[in-house]
Design a binder for this molecule. Structure first.
Ligand code: HSE
Length: 432
């Protein structure tokens, strides 16, 4: 190989980072892959737009076919986003025998297996390291680094926007709306933050991780999702008193061949390794049967961190080209999908209730839990600011989701329970 040519689809924040890393790390890249990497064409929306980096104008095009049908382009790097149309473009690229590297989790969460099949049929590589947790090499860690182990649980802080918001709420006593506004001003949160704050962005990433970690095709629809919009300062105050930190946590867990995948606001005990992940940072905590607890930490977004993962994927494609083994590394899932029922999903729960301040209320509530054989780990009744009725916080021992939801339904029917203010999953690390 004298030279490898790349075609970029998109030149936004991440695309600019890719161009910059290829330029800045040229010498190291060349040593690793044995020839120079050239960015031959870049698809952009407008030729005249001002760019964060300097690019030779002759490289820019507004015609996607200049990338997809250029016989000299070996690798197409997709950093423009979008799902349906982008999928069709990438299928075209693969059918034209071009390897594909993408950062697109929305696309991979929905069409990942279809695209991997098309890639394999064409003898092409399709890599997507940047699609989960930006600069953290978590996909390669799960697929290669832990290939020898059986992964039992993955917990991820895989959305930087929500981690930033929750960190600020936790530290500053500010409300969700105030912190969201600050995050938007600082450029962390999108003008329309729906997919971040409603947990969808994290759900897509967890679907990708679960599929790879458990070798089972987990669809986005298999992920139970709850966002952070309902979290209040009072919830966080109570959490602090109990030694918990609130995080938006993606959980993918396997027990006896059955899997659960969810994204939800979760109280972590302060000693959990994920509890100290602050601001916009991401981390993925992975438990393996043999290795035990591991954790991978780093930036989940941003131009250069995300581009690092993309360019590393390019390096792997090029190494495979040299060895003549492109399209051979993707393996289809080993197992049929087998999701747990609600009766098989167990966790501890934090429950905050407003109750009438009268005799016998506690007995009434606790008897509901006793019926399901669920005991309490912690019970708290403390006055907090603005209190109008008696407020009680209960933390249960392990309970099934089915039993817990049954109890919630019955609590709603009790005269003495005025309001179920909030309810969160509680997690401790397996190491303590
Ligand atoms: N919106 C995402 C986040 C960016 O906040 O983490 C990276 O996918």
């Amino acid at each position: 190989m004298n030279e490898i040519s790349i075609g970029l689809l998109g030149l936004g924040t991440v695309g600019s980072g890719v161009v910059q890393i290829i330029e800045d790390h040229q010498e190291k890249l060349m040593y690793q892959v044995g020839c120079p990497i050239k960015v031959k064409k870049i698809l952009v929306k407008s030729l005249d737009k001002e760019r964060a980096i300097e690019v030779d104008p002759s490289v820019l095009t507004t015609d996607v076919n200049d990338v997809l049908f250029d016989p000299e382009i070996d690798i197409v790097v997709e950093v423009m986003g979008g799902v349906e149309q982008t999928k069709n473009l990438l299928i075209q690229a693969l059918n034209n025998k071009k390897h594909v590297v993408t950062a697109n989790k929305d696309l991979m969460a929905v069409y990942g297996s279809e695209l991997l099949t098309v890639a394999a049929e064409n003898g092409c590589d399709l890599f997507f390291e940047a699609s989960v947790a930006g600069g953290i090499p978590i996909i390669r860690t799960i697929v290669d680094g832990l290939a020898s182990d059986r992964i039992t649980k993955m917990m991820g802080i895989v959305n930087g926007t929500t981690n930033f918001i929750l960190t600020k709420m936790n530290n500053g006593g500010a409300s969700y709306d105030e912190v969201l506004k600050e995050a938007q001003e600082l450029g962390f949160a999108e003008a329309d933050p729906t997919s971040d704050v409603e947990g969808l962005d994290a759900a897509r990433k967890m679907a990708i991780l679960a599929t790879l970690g458990f070798s089972m095709k987990i669809d986005l629809a298999d992920v139970s999702v709850q966002g952070i919009t309902g979290i209040t300062e009072e919830d966080l105050q109570y959490g602090k008193q109990l030694g918990y930190t609130m995080k938006l946590i993606g959980i993918a867990q396997e027990d006896d061949g059955k899997v659960e995948v969810s994204v939800q606001p979760t109280f972590l005990s302060n000693s959990h390794p994920l509890a100290s992940v602050q601001n916009e940072y991401n981390a993925v905590y992975v438990c393996g049967e043999a290795v035990g607890e591991t954790m991978f930490y780093g930036p989940g977004a941003g131009s250069l961190p995300t581009a690092t993962s993309i360019v590393s994927d390019i390096v792997v494609v090029m190494k495979n080209m040299r060895l003549g083994v492109n399209g051979k590394s993707a393996i289809s899932p080993q197992y049929q999908k087998n999701m747990k029922s609600d009766a098989e999903i167990f966790s501890k729960y934090f429950l905050r209730l407003q109750v009438s301040d009268s005799i016998g209320v506690f007995a009434e509530i606790t008897s509901l839990f006793a019926e399901h054989n669920i005991s309490f780990e912690k019970i708290l009744q403390l006055p907090i600011q603005k209190r109008v009725v008696a407020e009680v916080v209960l933390v249960t021992h392990h309970a099934s989701k089915r039993d817990f939801e049954d109890i919630l339904g019955r609590l709603r029917d009790l005269q003495s329970v005025k309001n179920i203010k909030s309810c969160y999953r509680v997690e401790r690390s397996t190491g303590n």
